[in-house]
Design a protein around this ligand. Structure first.
Ligand code: MLT
Ligand code: MN
Ligand code: ZN
Length: 297
């Protein structure tokens, strides 16, 4: 399988329109530091068969900027678009509205995610006059579902739900990782842009994957408070930090799995390529993903 990283930023992107923090200012000064919202396109064995992981507010530009994701030669239009969701957060789902020119949008997600998108955002109702929206359950137990020739499962991560769905009931599958397995190559990917808590289950899934893309929203637990974006800690916001006692890097150091951090917030000092902490991560065998990276598994 071929993984195209369409973006690596957390909600708001880099730079974020209303922000002049050092990270956003740096990205305005040096366009190479810009990051689009985090999402993937994954190809199976056939180059014209692929699916999206999450549909970000940047989705139309992300698709247009990759030649292999444009309508195939001989086709007037991309016929159907396949989207797999890890959660119902706005930065991962607003792009569904931008895909309304498709004849059909097929979406795979867990039950609470669908309930949020349909019950609170009324996505099916809103999109009905534009396109056909077909919902599929994304299994977290039992057999995987086959999408574009690849086997896809949800791995339940947490009950972290979007702020707009705070009244919805708690459920262990509000936020999931995706395990994508290629039956031809044997390659296995784990995609987890929101890790709210560490678990043995997640550790096992990480160890079993060849490559993992993980929550790198915040560098340390106090970053949201220090930078004034929230009164909560990173952990309190549902994102384990990279460094520190609750940090994921110490659990991941020396892992056999190739690991990249993604969903990087504009406040994260690592958006500066000269930040000293990059070396600390590299010494642990870890790195930050960048937009347009391609990984073959
Ligand atoms: C998150 O990743 O925690 C959310 O996307 C934050 C948000 O945009 O409200
Ligand atoms: Mn987010
Ligand atoms: Zn900023």
């Amino acid at each position: 399988m071929l993984l195209r990283i369409l973006g690596t930023a957390a909600g708001g992107g880099l730079p974020q329109w209303n922000c002049a923090c050092p990270g956003c200012s740096g990205a305005r000064r040096f366009p190479s530091r810009r990051r689009l919202h985090d999402g993937l396109a994954i190809h199976g064995a056939r180059p014209d068969e692929w699916f999206l992981v999450n549909a970000t507010p940047d989705i139309a530009e992300q698709l247009e900027s990759h030649t292999s994701l444009r309508p195939a030669a001989g086709h007037d239009r991309t016929p159907v678009i396949h989207v797999v969701l890890t959660d119902a957060e706005l930065d991962h789902t607003l792009g569904l509205l931008r895909l309304r020119e498709a004849a059909c949008i097929e979406v795979w997600c867990t039950q609470p995610v669908r309930a949020a998108l349909d019950g609170r955002l009324h996505l099916s109702d809103v999109l009905l006059p534009y396109t056909e929206l077909i919902w599929h359950d994304l299994p977290s137990v039992g057999a995987p579902t086959r999408i574009a020739g690849l086997d896809v499962n949800a791995v339940e991560l947490s009950a972290k739900r979007p702020r707009y769905a705070a009244q919805n009931p708690s459920h262990p599958a509000w936020s999931v990782a995706l395990r994508v397995h290629d039956p031809d190559s044997g390659g296995c990917l784990l995609y987890a842009p929101a890790v709210a808590a560490w678990s043995d289950h997640l550790a096992q899934e990480l160890a079993a994957a060849d490559c993992a893309l993980l929550d790198g929203t915040f560098l340390d637990d106090h970053e949201p408070r220090r930078t004034g974006i929230s009164s909560r800690t990173a952990t309190g916001m549902g994102h384990l930090p990279i460094l520190g006692p609750s940090g994921t890097s110490q659990r991941l150091a020396g892992a056999n799995t190739r690991i990249y951090y993604t969903h990087v917030n504009n406040t994260n000092p690592l958006v500066d390529p000269d930040a000293a902490e990059h070396k600390q991560l590299a010494d642990a065998g870890l790195a930050i993903a960048h937009d347009r990276m391609v990984v073959e598994l």
